[in-house]
Design a protein around this ligand. Structure first.
Ligand code: ACM
Length: 780
C-alpha cells in the first residue's frame, strides 16, 4: 500500500487531530517526494553501516550518522567497508548502506534518495551533502520511534532536494556571547534541520569577539564592556569575552563536518564602537569611547583614511585565513552619518574621491573592501544598506529592512539572501503570554515564521534565480544565557527549515504541527530548551462577573488554536486522563485551574499552566499584560531587570518612547486602593535620530513621579506618587495610592514623569485592594 499523506490532507483539509497519529512522517523539513510502504526497519545493536571501499565521502557520512544516533542514546553502529557478504545477508542482519552515485535519479545538488525496507536502509546521492541529508532524514525517521537503544522506521521511498542553496541562521555573538560548546550545539541542530549556513555576527558596538593577532587591543579592550549598572543589583562588573583563533578553527571544522559554511561578519563602517574603543585612531573623532553598553544605534564609525583601510585589510587577511567561505559579511547596516558629516577630514576625503554625500561615501567604502575581498577570491555580502549608494557588482545583498530590499537587489542584478525584519527576526518574542521571557515586541509567532514566503511572487525565472535563499537572525540583546538563545530559536527554527527547503506548494501548517510534536520530543531527549509558548494554555476568566457572582467563566485557548486541551481543578497535574476542554465553563471561587495542550495521542506539548481564581487574583494584573499607551511612537521590548541578568523572569515591558502603560478594563467596584510594583531599569537603548521622539513629562519632585489615570492616559492625573531616590532605594519597590469610589470596568493608566536621561520604570504588577491601604508587599 502506498500512502501520500501530505497530498491526501491537502485535498481533504485534514485537521491536526486527524494528522496526529496518522500517516504523517515525522520529518522536518518535509521531503519533496514520499511514498510509504508496508513494513519496518529495526536498527539497534547488530546493525552495521556499509559503504563501498572507494567511497570516502560515504565513509565520512557513515561515521557522522553513527555519531548522530549515538548522541541521542543509540548504539555506536560499526561502519564496515566493502560489498555485503552472502553470510551477512543470510543472517538477515539489518544494514544501512550509504553510497555516492552520479547516476542516481535525483540530480539536484544536496539531494538524495532514501529507501527504507525491512532489513535495510539505503541512501544514495550524487554529492556528499546529499548523502548527509539522506542520513539526517533516516535519523529523523528512526528517532521518532526510539526504545532505549533500538529504533524503528517505517518502510519508505523518499526523493528529496532543497529549494534554496542558502539556508541559514545568524547568531549575534557581540551583544551576548555564547560558549564554543553552545555554538557547536546550535550547529548540531542546524545540521539536523538541513540548514547549511551559519552567519556569525562577530563584531559590534558592544563587543569585538574574534582574536586578531596583529591587533591585540581589539580583544584586550574591545571584547569587554561595563554594564550600565555595573556591580549594582546583581549586575556583573564587566561583561565580555572573545573566540581565540584556535577556537574559531575548531568551530569552522565542526561546522564543515556538518555541511555548514560559516560566514563571518565584521560590521562596518558603523556598529564599530568596540573597534574604535580599541584603536581610536581608526575612528572619526580620535577620542576613545567606552565599548558600548547601549543597544540600538550608536554613532561611532570608522574613518576613511588609508591607514584605516590598511587596518581593515589586515584584519580581513586573518579572517579569510580562518574562514574558507565564499562570502565575507562586511555589515553596512545602520551607519548613521553624523560623525562623517561633522568631520572636516571625512568631507575632504569625499571631495578627493569625488562622492557627493555620505551614502555615496559608504558605497565607496564598501566597494573598496569588496574589491579587496574579490582580489582574494572572496565576495562581499552586506546588509541591504549597501544598495543605497550602489553596491559593488559582485556583492550579494542581505535584505533585512522588510522585504523591499529583495526586489531592489534583484533589479540591480545582485544575488540576495532574504533575512527580513520582522518576519525572520527571532529576537521578537514568541507570544504575548505573561510568562513569556525577554525580547522585542511585537510577537513573532511560530505560525508567522512558518507563513513567511521566501520568494516574492511575480519574479521571472531569471530573477528568482538571484534569490540564494533565506536565513533567520538571532540578535542577542535580550539573550544573555544559552537557555534564552535556545528559547528564541526553537521551535521557530523548524519553521525556518521548512520554508527554505520545502517548495511553497508543499508547505502545510497543520501537517507541520503534527510533525513538530515528534520534534519537540526529540528536543526533550537532546536537552534543548525550546519555547513551548505556541502550545501553552491561556486561562482567561471574566473578572467582573466572577467578582460579582462568585462564579467565574473560564476560557482555555492556545496560540495555535489546535491540539487537545485538558484541564483539572482538583489540584492534580493534568495528564491524558484529565477533562478535555470543549467550551467555556463556570467555576465557583476560589479554585485553581491547571491546563495543558496535548496531541490526541496524549503527548503533552507544553508545560501545564495554572491560574488561581480567587478574589485577590481577579483584582490583579501582571505588568506584561499592560499595553503601550496610545502614542504615535511605539517600540516595545520585554527587558530583564539588568541587561545581563540570566534569569527568565521577571521581565518588564517597556516602550522606548514613552514610559506609560495602560491596562484593559478592570473591575473597580469596591476597590479603595491600588498597589503598583515598579522596577527601575537602566535606559540602555541608543535611539539615534529617533531620540527626540521620547515623550518628556516634567517632574515636580526630585526623582519624578508615578501618575495614575482612569480610562485614558491624557487629562489630569487622578493620583501622583513621588518616586524614590534611585541612589538609595532598591531597584524594585511598590507604590500605593488611594482610589476614589468608582463603579464598573475601567482601564488604569500608569505613567512616570520622565526625561530622556531618566531610567525606565517597568510595571511588575497592579493589585487592586478593597481596603483603604494595601498591605505593604515586597516585589516578588
Ligand atoms: C540589522 O538588523 N541591523 C541588520
Amino acid at each position: 500500500m502506498k500512502v501520500r499523506a501530505a497530498l491526501f490532507c491537502a485535498l481533504f483539509s485534514c485537521s491536526w487531530l486527524a494528522y496526529a497519529g496518522g500517516n504523517e512522517l515525522p520529518l522536518i523539513p518535509l521531503p519533496l517526494k514520499v511514498d510509504q510502504h508496508e513494513g519496518q526497519l529495526v536498527v539497534g545493536a547488530g546493525t552495521t553501516i556499509r559503504v563501498v571501499s572507494s567511497d570516502t565521502a560515504a565513509l565520512r557520512v557513515a561515521h557522522a550518522f553513527s555519531d548522530m544516533l549515538a548522541r541521542i542514546g543509540g548504539p555506536s553502529l560499526p561502519v564496515v567497508v566493502g560489498a555485503a557478504t552472502m553470510e551477512r545477508t543470510a543472517k538477515g542482519v539489518g544494514e544501512i548502506v550509504i553510497r555516492l552515485d552520479s547516476n542516481t535519479t535525483v540530480k539536484q545538488a544536496e539531494g538524495y534518495v532514501l529507501d527504507v525496507s525491512p532489513g535495510e536502509a539505503r541512501i544514495v546521492a550524487r554529492d556528499e551533502s546529499g548523502l548527509y541529508y539522506g542520513a539526517v532524514t533516516l535519523w529523523q525517521l528512526l528517532t521518532a520511534n526510539q526504545n532505549g537503544k533500538t529504533f524503528t522506521a517505517h518502510a519508505v521511498h523518499i526523493e528529496d532536494w532543497p529549494q534554496f542553496a542558502w539556508r541559514g541562521l545568524m547568531i549575534d555573538s557581540a551583544r551576548h556571547m555564547q560558549s564554543v560548546a553552545e555554538i557547536e550545539s546550535i550547529l548540531d541542530q542546524m545540521a539536523l534541520h538541513k540548514l547549511n549556513t551559519l552567519h556569525w555576527h562577530l563584531t559590534d558596538d558592544q563587543g569585538w569577539r574574534i582574536e586578531i593577532k596583529r591587533y591585540p587591543e581589539l580583544t584586550r579592550i574591545g571584547a569587554w564592556r561595563a554594564p550600565p549598572d555595573a556591580g549594582k543589583n546583581g549586575e556583573l562588573t564587566r561583561y565580555g569575552g572573545f573566540y581565540s583563533q584556535d577556537e574559531i578553527k575548531q568551530v569552522v571544522a565542526y561546522a564543515a563536518a556538518r555541511h555548514i559554511t560559516i560566514v563571518p561578519e565584521l560590521d562596518m563602517p558603523g556598529h564599530a564602537q568596540a573597534a574604535v574603543a580599541s584603536y581610536p585612531q581608526f575612528g572619526v573623532t580620535g577620542e576613545r569611547p567606552a565599548v558600548s553598553a547601549d543597544w540600538g544605534i550608536n554613532p561611532y564609525l570608522y574613518n576613511v583614511d588609508d591607514n584605516t583601510f590598511q587596518f581593515l585589510e589586515n584584519v580581513l587577511d586573518e579572517v579569510m585565513t580562518l574562514f574558507p567561505s565564499r562570502y565575507i559579511h562586511l555589515g553596512g547596516d545602520e551607519a548613521i552619518k553624523d560623525q562623517w558629516n561633522a568631520s572636516p577630514a571625512v568631507q575632504a576625503k569625499m571631495r578627493a574621491v569625488g562622492v557627493k554625500n555620505a551614502d555615496q561615501l559608504q558605497s565607496w567604502f564598501m566597494g573598496r573592501l569588496g574589491q579587496y575581498l574579490h582580489d582574494h577570491g572572496r565576495h562581499l555580502i552586506g546588509w541591504d544598506e549597501i544598495l543605497d549608494g550602489g553596491a559593488p557588482g559582485d556583492a550579494a545583498v542581505m535584505s533585512w529592512r522588510g522585504t523591499s530590499g529583495i526586489e531592489k537587489a534583484i533589479h540591480a542584478g545582485h544575488d540576495v539572501v532574504v533575512a527580513p525584519d520582522p518576519y525572520l527576526y527571532l529576537d521578537y518574542v514568541q507570544s504575548d503570554r505573561d510568562d513569556e521571557t525577554a525580547g522585542r515586541l511585537p510577537v513573532r509567532s511560530l505560525q508567522a515564521v512558518y507563513d513567511f514566503r521566501v520568494a516574492p511572487t511575480g519574479l521571472s525565472p531569471q530573477q528568482a534565480q538571484l534569490i540564494l535563499g533565506a536565513q533567520a537572525n538571532v540578535w542577542t540583546e535580550h539573550m544573555p544565557s544559552d537557555a534564552h538563545l535556545q528559547h528564541a530559536i526553537f521551535p521557530r527554527l523548524d519553521a525556518v527549515s521548512e520554508i527554505v527547503w520545502t517548495p511553497v506548494g508543499e508547505q502545510n501548517w497543520q501537517s507541520f504541527l503534527a510533525r513538530l510534536s515528534t520534534q519537540l520530543d526529540r528536543y526533550r531527549r537532546e536537552d534543548v530548551h525550546y519555547a513551548d509558548s505556541a502550545f501553552a494554555v491561556k486561562i482567561d476568566v471574566n473578572r467582573q462577573q466572577a467578582l460579582a457572582s462568585g462564579k467565574a467563566r473560564v476560557t482555555l485557548s492556545n496560540q495555535i488554536h489546535s491540539g487537545t486541551i485538558r484541564y483539572t481543578m482538583d489540584g492534580t497535574a493534568p495528564d491524558s486522563n484529565a477533562t478535555v476542554y470543549k467550551a467555556p465553563f463556570d467555576v465557583t471561587l476560589p479554585t485553581t485551574v491547571r491546563a495543558v495542550t496535548m496531541t490526541n495521542a496524549g503527548q503533552a506539548l507544553a508545560e501545564a499552566r495554572e491560574r488561581v481564581i480567587d478574589d485577590e487574583s481577579l483584582r490583579k494584573v501582571a505588568g506584561n499584560e499592560l499595553s503601550a499607551c496610545p502614542t504615535p511612537n511605539v517600540d516595545e521590548m520585554r527587558a530583564q531587570p539588568t541587561p545581563d541578568a540570566t534569569s527568565f523572569t521577571p521581565v518588564y515591558t517597556i516602550n522606548n518612547f514613552d514610559n506609560c502603560r495602560l491596562s484593559r478594563a478592570l473591575p473597580l467596584d469596591g476597590a479603595k486602593s491600588i498597589a503598583v510594583d515598579l522596577a527601575r531599569l537602566p535606559r540602555n537603548v541608543a535611539l539615534a535620530q529617533d531620540a527626540h521622539l521620547i515623550v518628556r513629562r516634567k517632574a515636580a519632585t526630585p526623582y519624578g513621579e508615578m501618575e495614575l489615570r482612569i480610562d485614558r492616559c491624557s487629562g489630569p492625573a487622578l493620583t501622583v506618587v513621588p518616586l524614590p531616590d534611585s541612589a538609595t532605594s532598591p531597584s524594585t519597590f511598590a507604590l500605593q495610592a488611594k482610589l476614589p469610589a468608582t463603579r464598573g470596568m475601567h482601564a488604569v493608566c500608569i505613567l512616570t514623569t520622565t526625561s530622556p536621561h531618566d531610567p525606565y520604570y517597568g510595571v511588575g504588577r497592579l493589585q487592586l485592594h478593597t481596603a483603604d491601604t494595601a498591605p505593604a508587599k515586597e516585589h516578588p
